[in-house]
Design a protein around this ligand. Structure first.
Ligand SMILES: Cc1cc2nc3c(=O)[nH]c(=O)nc-3n(C[C@H](O)[C@H](O)[C@H](O)COP(=O)(O)OP(=O)(O)OC[C@H]3O[C@@H](n4cnc5c(N)ncnc54)[C@H](O)[C@@H]3O)c2cc1C
Length: 383
């Protein structure tokens, strides 16, 4: 039985049912192969674009549906339930689109958000070798030149690198201004001096490309500056506040996929003359998995509402949802492997892939340790 959410509106349930159909018919059958080969899941991408489920958050004036954050969460959750790698492309495209939306530039929106309807892929290039959790220490440099900027530097861990059409790049325009000296630019993958690769050899999310991006004397016209000079970090962190809610949804989806498999397995598998599901110790484990998963889902949906309303407690809720859901996904997927015994430890069952995929949800878009410091700051603010 799937736990249904009586609080979802009819429209949200309809989106969930639509994406679930695509996920099961097109995405699930390729999930094991995507993981095994590490190839970008082209079929998943095409199916989501064809069904209008790739970037529904894009405002109507740029050809999108203007869908709320919960809609994006439901899509990511259902895709991640069957193939986490396939859920990362729309997730990160959305993340990279948010600085454009937050900057409020109609011109940039027209140029870079409208193409998302046809499947254009965005990447969000903030991290560097020595700037991970400490994002303010980026070194990539943007120097003013005639007509625009010249960008030099190396980004690291960039999702969608190599397949992206456009990169949102954080670069230092004023080295003396610290966090206020970072600006955000749109760089085209076809710009001279841009290259990506090689792909990182990762534990999980193996169908999602993660590469360094090299910028060598890249000329970027002035009209590709997002927001004002010095606003880059504010835009990046603001985007992450909204985006890590869909990472929470990704974690919920991965955990749901693992729970579904584990429940199906223990109902069938017999030991000591009985189905495993008859043993109380395993029933308690299943109950705990479902209970934590549902708590993670409800916190994620509550955070999604804060994102849509741009509510003042968004930063706390998005950190809490991502942290709780990713920790839950790690626990639930590990428990699922345990419930399948030796079978769970092999590639014959998808739960080991789900366990590997779950791990990174505790790391990216703010490692959970950093998110706990973010939450503590909010808690202490009133004291
Ligand atoms: C698969 C994958 C995809 C990614 N995609 C992108 C992307 O598309 N764009 C992008 O810009 N980045 C991306 N990243 C980078 C990701 O956001 C960083 O890996 C993450 O922010 C952590 O940075 P780091 O790896 O440098 O770890 P570090 O910052 O070196 O941290 C290492 C450990 O120390 C902990 N730690 C650090 N500082 C503190 C502190 N003050 N207090 C307590 N604990 C602390 C961290 O929580 C972590 O556990 C991706 C990473 C991965 C693995």
């Amino acid at each position: 039985m799937r736990i249904t959410d009586a609080t979802l509106s009819e429209a949200h349930r309809a989106v969930r049912d639509r994406v679930r159909k695509v996920a099961e018919a097109v995405i699930a059958p390729n999930a094991a192969a995507v993981d095994a080969t590490g190839e970008f899941p082209v079929a998943s991408h095409r199916a989501l674009v064809a069904e209008g489920l790739y970037a529904p958050h894009v405002p109507e004036e740029y050809g999108g549906d203007g869908a709320d954050t919960l809609t994006s969460c439901l899509i990511v959750e259902e895709v991640a339930r069957v193939c986490a790698s396939s859920s990362l492309t729309p997730n990160v495209t959305r993340l990279a689109s948010l600085p454009l939306l937050l900057s409020g530039s109609a011109e940039l929106g027209e140029r870079y958000l409208r193409p998302l309807r046809d499947g254009a892929i965005l990447a969000f290039a903030l991290s560097e070798q020595d700037a991970g959790s400490d994002a303010a220490s980026v070194r990539t440099r943007a120097v003013r030149v005639d007509g625009g900027y010249r960008i030099d530097g190396d980004k690291r861990w960039i999702t969608n690198a190599g397949v992206a059409d456009y990169y949102l790049v954080a670069a230092v325009t004023d080295p003396d201004a610290g966090a206020h000296g970072v600006s955000m630019f749109v760089v085209h993958s076809t710009d001279e001096g841009v290259s990506a690769g090689p792909d990182e050899d990762k534990l999980g999310m193996r169908g999602s490309p993660t590469c360094p991006v090299h910028l060598r004397g890249v000329h970027v016209p002035a009209d590709r500056l997002v927001g004002a000079e010095g606003e880059g970090l504010r835009l990046a962190l603001g985007a992450l506040d909204h985006s890590r809610i869909t990472i929470a949804a990704q974690a919920v989806g991965i955990a749901q996929g693992a729970l579904d498999h584990a429940a199906g397995y223990v109902a069938q598998r017999r030991q000591f003359g009985r189905p495993l599901a008859d043993f109380q110790g395993l029933r308690f484990k299943l109950a705990d998995m479902a209970m934590h998963l549902e708590a993670a889902r409800q916190l994620t949906y509550a955070a999604a509402a804060r994102s849509t309303q741009d509510s003042p407690d968004l930063r706390f809720f998005s950190a809490a949802a991502k942290c709780f859901a990713s920790d839950t996904a790690m626990q639930v997927t590990t428990d699922a492997v345990q419930l399948l015994g030796g079978h769970g430890y092999t590639r014959n069952a998808p739960v080991e892939r789900m366990m590997r995929d779950a791990k990174v949800t505790q790391i990216y878009e703010g490692a959970n340790e950093i998110l706990r410091t973010v939450m503590a700051k909010q808690v202490l603010a009133d004291h």
